[in-house]
Design a protein around this ligand. Structure first.
Ligand SMILES: [Ca+2]
Length: 195
């Protein structure tokens, strides 16, 4: 949840070394709140992802300005009690789309097992008690679960090619994203990626 008022001055102050007109990925690396976050690179990347910035179907922006920053922060806005059901669903879908993009690193519209493993491994890398193999089996198990939710009973020779955005919506059905995705400025609740 964003608890501060965003202004252009706040924006430039938040990224040490950034120019008021725009900030690059390097400036994000100076944000102390992000230092210990195991998926820092993914969070930073999400801010520059053209899909999230609504600037194209793939690729990364070199720099973002204040307006771009607000576009990204809007994904983290709490769902307002005054919203009607349709608005709530729309807001929820946008939040899930943002999360989906963090997994789908090659922007092909599908989260493959490899991409899923990559996020889970990175997410659990800060925990010394979890081996890389365990992270991999967590990801593999979650992927099998996703296949059974989205495809149902699979034939022995059937291959689940990955989670589409529609599948992703199905998987998150009934899960309250509001309690899982919030920002303490840039300190995102990492469990959102590993629910
Ligand atoms: Ca992909």
């Amino acid at each position: 949840m964003v608890k501060c008022y965003m202004t252009p001055a706040f924006f430039s102050l938040s990224f040490p070394g950034a120019r008021p007109s725009g900030t690059s990925k390097e400036h994000f690396n100076n944000v102390p709140d992000l230092e210990l976050n195991p998926i820092r690179s993914k969070i930073v990347r999400a801010f520059f992802d053209n899909r999230n910035l609504r600037k194209g179907p793939s690729g990364l922006a070199d720099e973002i300005n204040f307006e771009d920053f607000l576009t990204i922060m809007a994904y983290f806005q709490p769902i307002d009690v005054t919203m009607d059901e349709e608005q709530v669903q729309l807001c929820r879908k946008e939040k899930l789309r943002f999360l989906f993009h963090m997994y789908d690193s090659d922007s092909d519209g599908r989260i493959t097992l490899e991409e899923y493993r990559n996020v889970v491994e990175e997410l659990l890398s800060g925990n010394p008690h979890i081996e890389k193999d365990s992270a991999r089996s967590i990801a593999d198990g979650a992927m099998m679960e996703a296949a059974s939710v989205c495809v149902g009973q699979m034939e022995p020779d059937q291959v689940y090619e990955g989670i589409t955005f529609d599948d992703f919506l199905k998987i998150w059905q009934g899960i309250d994203i509001e309690t899982k995705m919030h920002v303490r400025f840039l300190n995102m609740e990492t469990m959102a990626l590993c629910h």
